[in-house]
Write a protein that binds this ligand. Structure first.
Ligand SMILES: [Zn+2]
Length: 105
């Protein structure tokens, strides 16, 4: 059940400031979006998680693609946080950098 992804706290309480979630739900994409976690496109019609929040008075919108939602569920059901963390685009950038370093003499 993909809705279980909602049980996962993607920010792990580390937003800082005055953070308030206004809405947090699974929605179907009416247009293309970009996943905040893996930076992959969210396709039209894709069921994904959308969260609207306010941080220090500024409205923010976060979206997570279906694949990242699945990784969230792995964490919720099995306590395996690496499944989600491994999808983070900053982690991917790091491994790309390491690969570059390997091929550069
Ligand atoms: Zn994603």
């Amino acid at each position: 059940m993909i809705d279980q992804a909602l049980l996962f706290d993607p920010f792990d309480g580390d937003m800082g400031g005055e953070f308030r979630v206004l809405s947090d739900k699974m929605v179907r994409a009416a247009k293309m979006h970009c996943c905040v976690h893996c930076h992959q496109p969210i396709q039209i019609g894709e069921r994904h998680r959308a969260m609207g929040s306010v941080l220090d008075g500024d409205f923010m919108q976060h979206r997570w693609c279906a694949e990242c939602c699945k990784a969230m569920i792995v964490d919720v059901e099995h306590g395996d946080w690496e499944a989600f963390e491994d999808r983070c685009w900053t982690n991917k950038d790091r491994s790309d950098l390491e690969r570059l370093r390997e091929v550069t003499p």
